[in-house]
Design a protein around this ligand. Structure first.
Ligand SMILES: Nc1nc2c(c(=O)[nH]1)N[C@H]1C(S)=C(S)[C@@H](COP(=O)(O)O)O[C@H]1N2
Ligand SMILES: [Mo]
Length: 538
């Protein structure tokens, strides 16, 4: 205790317990300099950049703000300058670009620190410009998702916060009078140092992760998908309802909903990936990606959906998937009698339990390697995932899949089925109104409603709308791509000014009418009619 106290006194630096006279340097009043403010700016912006990169590692491995800005800079540089840079730096041109960027950012960051000290918010304005530049750079990338666009904003917010804090400490030091200002000075320096250490540690972490992602992305770019032995049937001419403002019939990869428990997207090396078929089988099977790509592959449009999708929600998407039928790989292994479930396992340990029957019947359940013509995005399960028509994702759509264990429901439980969700999850017949958006005013006269309906693997036979709980009116139903996809529909009605409540319901090809009872998503999917309120203006 005593020695600790003494230690503290020494660290304090103002008294030396009578061991020596205070040195002149410690006694003299020391004022903050421009360099201190500049350092605060650099540490703040470095902290912000690191926060952005760490968040990118978690949510958006395909586009980090820093990579996006680097890419934008490369795109903006005139070819002559590029040639000059390559001739000057050779293969180190990328490193030179990064060093150059770091220098420019550091100078602007120092400037932000200096002006923030002079005038509150001036430095924050400079940081906002960083944020805007980041958003612009990300927006220009092909993989720009809403999350990716939010990252530079989060990075700028973090930088602004750190700069505010450091500038406050700097001001406190500035305001403290005489030689008594030493504690305030130390507080500032300590905060500055802590910020620098954290930013460095975070930077090393983000950099290591980024390196892994770059390696996997490079490997992904080298994956050559074969042509499908069984190509996807052409999309029927009448599949698009042609209503403006509807989501596209085939969901672009960047707009596809993403649901998983992975805090950081698993980085699975396609060169070492293997799928093992284990459990109640006659022979265990191992399959590499090369093995899989050598098989006769099937391509199909399939609409997958999440059990957590609320009525009217958007956790549903339709893509063109390329893969090998799961029944083929199961046939290689030979399930033994008594098995009734396949427990699929992901590289990160997540599991789903799928009825063996569904994976061996004639539906297009597949080990998918391709999505809309390219290899799977990292976020959607690269290199291989399961896609099963007719079942919610939590019991079927295992991403980054590495094992299929043939087993029984009595023996095994999957990730969500041990957490209150049903062990079986067939997708429920459902429908949605996309246009007009609820609460959005429309003009009186002819109002066109448009939306989707789905009953995967059964198909939709009719969609109807009703206004203010009146009688049901049949909508014009487009042809589905197949019964495994959603169907678009539309209906035009004449509406006079006023408030309307409009509801939709679907009927499937087996004759079942959509369930009106409102049920929550737990334990096996929501039911009820999607209802929108339409405000018709004169
Ligand atoms: N490895 C893994 N796979 C997973 C999940 C998960 O958490 N981990 N979530 C599932 C759920 S609940 C859904 S709805 C689908 C979503 O697939 P998507 O993100 O490609 O749209 O993935 C399924 N596959
Ligand atoms: Mo899900």
């Amino acid at each position: 205790m005593n020695s600790a106290r003494q230690q503290a006194t020494h660290d304090d630096g103002t008294r030396h317990g009578g061991l020596a006279e205070p040195s002149a340097g410690e006694q003299r009043e020391r004022r903050p300099l421009g360099g201190h403010a500049a350092a605060a700016g650099v540490v703040s912006v470095a902290g912000g950049v690191v926060v952005g990169e760490l968040l990118a590692g978690v949510w958006s491995p395909s586009v980090s703000p820093l990579t996006a800005v680097g890419g934008a800079v490369i795109d903006a540089v005139p070819p002559a300058v590029k040639d000059w840079a390559v001739s000057l730096f050779g293969t180190a041109d990328k490193a030179a670009l990064l060093a150059g960027m770091a220098l420019v950012i550091a100078v602007l960051a120092a400037f932000a620190g200096v002006v923030e000290r002079r005038r509150r918010f001036a430095g924050l304005a400079v940081i906002s410009l960083f944020g805007l530049a980041g958003v612009a750079a990300v927006a220009g990338r092909a993989q720009a998702t809403p999350v990716a666009l939010a990252l530079p904003v989060a990075a700028a917010a973090a930088a602004a916060l750190i700069l505010r804090l450091l500038t406050r400490k700097l001001k406190a030091w500035e305001g403290a009078a005489g030689s008594g200002n030493a504690p305030a000075r130390r507080t500032f320096l300590r905060n500055l140092a802590a910020g620098a250490v954290l930013a460095t540690a975070g930077g090393v972490l983000a950099g290591t992760w980024r390196g892994t992602v770059i390696k996997i992305n490079d490997a992904r770019a080298r994956v050559a998908l074969p042509r499908a032995a069984e190509p996807a049937p052409a999309i029927p001419a009448g599949a698009e309802a042609g209503v403006e403002g509807m989501p596209p019939l085939v969901t672009p990869v960047n707009d596809f909903y993403r649901i998983d428990t992975a805090l950081v997207v698993p980085a699975v090396d396609p060169d070492t990936w293997v799928l093992r078929v284990t459990g109640m089988v006659q022979r265990e099977v191992e399959l590499t990606l090369a093995d899989l790509l050598a098989k006769p592959l099937t391509e199909r449009h399939i609409t997958i959906a999440c059990v957590s999708n609320p009525v009217g929600g958007d956790l549903i998407g339709n893509a063109r998937w390329l893969g090998w039928p799961v029944r083929e790989v199961l046939a290689l292994a030979g399930p033994v009698r008594g098995a009734d479930m396949v427990l699929s396992r992901s590289a990160d340990g997540w599991t789903a339990g799928t009825p063996l029957e569904v994976l061996t019947d004639n539906r297009d359940a597949m080990l998918a390697v391709g999505m809309n013509g390219g290899p799977l995005p990292l976020e959607h399960g690269f290199p291989v995932r399961l896609v099963v028509p007719g079942l919610y994702g939590y019991v079927s759509a295992t991403k980054w899949v590495t094992e299929l264990k043939v087993t029984t429901y009595a023996e095994d439980t999957a990730y969500w089925t041990t957490r209150g969700w049903s062990d079986h999850g067939p997708i429920k017949l459902s429908s949605r109104i996309d246009v007009p958006r609820s609460g959005r005013p429309v003009n009186a006269g002819t109002v066109t409603f448009g939306g989707i309906a789905w009953a995967q693997h059964t198909g939709v036979s009719a969609v109807e709308l009703r206004v203010n709980r009146g009688s049901w009116q049949p909508a014009e139903l487009s042809s589905g791509i197949s019964t495994d996809t959603w169907y678009q529909w539309k209906l035009s009605m004449d509406l006079t000014p006023g408030q309307y409540e409009v509801q939709v319901r679907a009927t499937d090809l087996a004759g079942t009418v959509q369930d009106e009872a409102s049920r929550p998503v737990v334990p096996d999917g929501a039911t009820g009619f999607h209802t929108v309120r339409v405000d018709v203006k004169s």
